[in-house]
Design a binder for this molecule. Structure first.
Ligand SMILES: *[C@@H]1O[C@H](CO)[C@@H](O)[C@H](O)[C@H]1NC(C)=O
Ligand SMILES: *[C@@H]1O[C@H](CO)[C@@H](O)[C@H](O)[C@H]1NC(C)=O
Ligand SMILES: *[C@@H]1O[C@H](CO)[C@@H](O)[C@H](O)[C@H]1NC(C)=O
Length: 409
């Protein structure tokens, strides 16, 4: 049990040390202690920096006001003109820092002296010193341990969020400025650049809405916008800017376009090309619905499919369809192919002879049928002579009569 508690304790202590980054340094002097970050605190121009700080005082000291200074490395102690924050007298603050520095915890009794400095410039690099005062301005303590801040040029870029873009479906892009500080809001602007074009403002129905650290751009993507660049530029105070450019991918598909000769002579080659403009590439196929003949597609790269039939015959005439399958969309374009016969070849004369012969036969059959029908209509009401003839014929033909007649012989 004891071992278990000990181990838990050990681990929790380690955890705390790790969380603090082991980069905290405490310095005590006459019962006044200050805890600051060990080493340099780095930040970027245009953004903000937090100087984490906590202190304790001698038991008889009643802390009332907090003062922060910024001074040069050669100064052993900062002076009044170096004040950047003063909880009692704001007039003492250097003009360059007015409104840029604030306490994270204004309640002095919590002994939390952490500050945030906004709208940084590289000249904010340097040493920062803390002083705590009692009610009377003279009675105070200045800690000798200083915090070191280093401000470098801005390298962070805005974050541009792009949802999947589909032609005709309204969409919203979001650009978020780097560094979330409570300082001045950055200015966020959007620019659009087509392939090989100059910067321009986006055409169409576009709404840009900026809220503190982010801006949204709402528009209706079009096929023409595929492959174009959109830039989000974030401008902080002191002309510090950063930008991010993204290339738009707009999902779109256009109707297949068929090129080539649809009217060919028998024996020649039929060669049609179907092109489909889309992103991402569509699946292109050629079909001939009224035939079970295989349609020969020579190549099917991402944009075109060629239909090639060498040495066509009349049976290749008819409707061919080029189909583009693109995600949930299917688009088709038909082509009417007409294979013309060669007028002087034997293959051209033969069908005419067949047609002539067949029509002649059909005519003859029709005439015979008509005549036969006309005859039978005439015999519907036979006269007396005919009846006699018929009964005679019947008597002659009756096999029963033959059988009865035979014994009489
Ligand atoms: C000081 O106050 C800030 C803001 O409330 C807090 O985030 C920070 O942890 C505090 N620091 C200490 C050492 O308590
Ligand atoms: C622009 O979009 C808004 C909101 O979607 C719509 O009400 C308006 O009619 C659109 N204007 C044009 C010119 O398309
Ligand atoms: C756009 O599409 C290309 C090719 O499919 C891809 O490499 C690129 O990452 C895409 N860009 C975005 C912003 O989605």
């Amino acid at each position: 049990m004891f071992v278990l508690i000990w181990t838990t304790l050990l681990f929790s202590v380690r955890g705390i040390t790790a969380d603090a980054g082991a980069a905290v340094k405490e310095h005590c002097d006459n019962g006044f202690c200050i805890t600051l970050s060990e080493g340099e605190i780095t930040a970027e121009a245009g953004l903000c920096v937090v100087i984490p700080c906590s202190f304790t005082t001698a038991s008889d000291f009643r802390p009332k006001h907090m003062v922060w200074y910024k001074c040069e490395p050669y100064q052993r102690k900062c002076v009044d003109s170096d004040v950047i924050l003063h909880t009692k007298n704001n007039n003492k603050v250097q003009s360059g820092f007015k409104g840029r520095v604030s306490l994270l915890e204004p309640d002095v009794s919590l002994r939390n002296c952490s500050i945030i400095i906004n709208d940084l410039t590289e000249s904010d690099s340097g040493l920062y010193q803390f002083r705590v005062q009692e009610s009377g301005t003279k009675n105070g303590f200045t800690f000798s341990l200083k915090a070191t801040v280093s401000v470098k040029g801005l390298t962070q870029k805005p974050t541009v969020m792009i949802p999947p873009l589909t032609e005709g479906q309204q969409t919203t892009l979001t650009c978020t400025a780097p560094g979330l500080c409570s300082g001045s809001d950055p200015k966020i602007t959007w620019t659009w650049r087509g392939a090989g074009e100059k910067d321009s403002h986006i055409t169409g129905n576009i709404t840009a809405v900026t809220q503190r650290h982010s801006s949204t751009l709402t528009f209706n993507p079009s096929a023409e916008q595929h492959g174009t660049d959109v830039t989000c530029k974030v401008s902080f105070t002191n002309s510090i800017t950063t930008e991010e450019t993204v290339t738009l991918n707009v999902t779109y598909v256009k109707k297949p376009v068929i090129t080539g000769m649809t009217s060919v002579k028998e024996g020649d080659a039929l060669n049609l090309t179907c092109s489909v403009e889309s992103f991402p590439p569509a699946v292109i196929t050629w079909t001939k619905p009224d035939s079970n003949k295989n349609v020969i597609v020579l190549q099917n790269n991402t944009r075109t499919a060629a239909l090639v039939i060498v040495n066509v015959t009349a049976e290749y005439s008819g409707r061919y369809i080029c189909t583009a399958k693109h995600q949930i969309t299917t688009l088709t374009t038909p082509a009417e192919v007409n294979v013309k016969s060669d007028q002087h070849g034997p293959s051209a004369e033969l069908p005419w002879i067949i047609v002539a012969v067949v029509s002649l036969i059909v005519n003859v059959i029709c005439i015979i049928l008509l005549m036969f029908r006309w005859n039978t209509r005439k015999k519907v009401k036979p006269n007396q002579e005919d009846r006699t003839y018929m009964s005679l014929r019947k008597t002659d033909q009756s096999p029963e009569y033959d059988v009865i007649a035979r014994p009489l012989n």
